[in-house]
Design a protein around this ligand. Structure first.
Ligand code: NDP
Length: 313
C-alpha cells in the first residue's frame, strides 16, 4: 500500500482547521499542526493544540513573522493545508498566505498545497459585488502566487458551511433556527449547497493523495444538500412539527439595508446576496477541468441537511 502523505495544517485551531486536523488523523496521515508563537497565553488555543497532541498530532512551532520557521515546518511534510481566517466579521488574513507560499517554494518538497479557500470558487467571481469581492480577489492573489511558484495544488470549493447557513435558516445574523418566523430572500427559491464542516474536512483530506485532484478545483456538492431556502425551512418545519410564519425581503431592500452596515458586515452580506438572490453556487455545471468530491468519493457518508438540523432540536 502506498505511504500516506505527511500533512501540515496551518490555522489548525480555527473553525475549519480543527476539523481538518481531526480528519487528517482519522485518515491515517502523520499530522503536524503549526503552533504559532503569537498564540501566547490564549488558553483555549493552547488546550486545543495539546488535545491534538493527545490525538497523535505533532505540534511544530512557527510564525508568519519568521520565514525560516515556516520553511522548517514545511520541510517536515509532503502536504500543506492552510485554513487561515477569511471571514471579515471575525478576521481576514488570506494574504498572509503569500508568506507560506514563499516558504513552500523555498522548501521545494511539497507535493500538494491546499490554500485557505473552502467557499465559493473565487475564479467564478470576477463580477462579484463590492465590498465582498475582496474575499475572492485576495484568494485569487494567493492562487496566482501558488501557480507562478509552480506549487502543486488543490482548491476546495466547499459551498456553504452548514453552521452558518442552516443554523440561521439562511438568514444572515442568525446561527440558531427560529421556531416562529423566517425571512425569505425574495421568493426563497434560489438553490444553494450546504455542507457539514466535518464533511468538508473529510473530503479535503481525501483529495491530498489523489492524482485525480492534482492542480484541480474540487467542488463539494452533496447531491441531497442542493436546496433552496424554502426547502431548508420545510425540512426544519418537519423536524419541529410546526409551520413558520414567513415574510420576504426583496433584492432592493436587502441591498439598501446592506449599505447601512459597517464594512465587515457588508462583506458578509455581499456573499449572502450572491448565494441567496443570484444562486451563484448551484447555477453552473462543473466542467471537465474540475472535479466533484461527492462523485470522487462515494464511500463518504455525508451528513444530509435534515441530519445536520436535528442538532438544533
Ligand atoms: P477562523 O476565523 O476560525 O481562523 C482560522 C485560523 O486562522 C485561526 O485559528 C488562526 O490559526 C489563523 N489566524 C487568524 N488570525 C491570524 C493572524 N493574524 N496570523 C496568523 N494566523 C491567523 O477561520 P475559518 O475556519 O472561519 O475560515 C477558514 C476558511 O474557510 C477561510 O478561507 C474562509 O474564507 C472560509 N470560510 C468559508 C465559509 C463558507 O460558508 N463557505 C464560512 C466561513 C469561512 P492558529 O490556529 O494558528 O491560531
Amino acid at each position: 500500500m502506498a505511504m500516506k502523505s505527511k500533512v501540515l495544517i496551518v490555522g489548525g485551531t480555527g473553525y475549519l482547521g480543527k476539523r481538518l486536523v481531526k480528519a487528517s488523523l482519522a485518515q491515517g496521515h502523520q499530522t503536524y499542526v503549526l503552533q504559532r508563537k503569537e498564540v501566547g497565553v490564549d488558553i483555549k488555543k493552547v488546550q486545543l493544540l495539546l488535545w491534538f497532541k493527545q490525538l497523535g498530532a505533532h505540534l511544530v512551532t512557527g510564525s508568519f513573522n519568521d520565514h525560516q520557521s515556516l520553511v522548517n515546518a514545511v520541510k517536515l511534510v509532503d502536504v500543506v493545508i492552510c485554513a487561515i481566517s477569511g471571514v471579515h466579521i471575525r478576521t481576514h488574513q488570506i494574504l498572509l498566505q503569500l508568506k507560506l507560499v514563499d516558504a513552500i517554494k523555498e522548501a521545494g518538497n511539497i507535493k500538494r498545497f491546499l490554500p485557505s479557500e473552502f467557499g465559493t470558487d473565487p475564479a467564478r467571481m470576477e463580477n462579484a459585488m463590492e465590498p465582498g469581492r475582496v474575499t475572492f480577489d485576495d484568494k485569487m492573489v494567493v492562487r496566482r502566487a501558488i501557480e507562478e511558484a509552480g506549487i502543486p495544488f488543490t482548491y476546495i470549493s466547499a459551498n456553504c458551511f452548514a453552521g452558518y447557513f442552516l443554523g440561521g435558516l439562511c438568514q444572515p445574523g442568525f446561527i440558531l433556527p427560529s421556531r416562529d418566523h423566517v425571512l425569505l430572500h425574495g421568493d426563497g427559491n434560489q438553490k444553494a449547497i450546504y455542507v457539514d464542516e466535518d464533511d468538508i474536512a473529510t473530503y479535503s483530506i481525501k483529495t491530498i493523495d489523489d492524482p485525480r485532484t492534482l492542480n484541480k478545483t474540487v467542488y463539494i456538492r452533496p447531491a441531497e444538500n442542493i436546496l433552496s431556502q424554502r426547502e431548508v425551512v420545510e425540512i426544519w418545519e418537519k423536524l419541529i412539527g410546526k409551520e413558520l410564519l414567513n415574510s420576504s425581503i426583496s433584492e432592493q431592500e436587502f441591498l439598501a439595508i446592506m449599505k447601512e452596515q459597517d464594512y465587515a458586515e457588508q462583506v458578509g452580506l455581499t456573499h449572502y446576496y450572491h448565494v441567496c438572490y443570484e444562486g451563484y453556487l448551484a447555477h453552473f455545471e462543473i466542467g471537465d477541468e474540475a472535479e466533484e468530491a461527492f462523485t470522487l468519493y462515494p464511500e463518504v457518508k455525508y451528513t444530509t441537511v435534515e441530519e445536520y438540523m436535528e442538532r438544533y432540536l
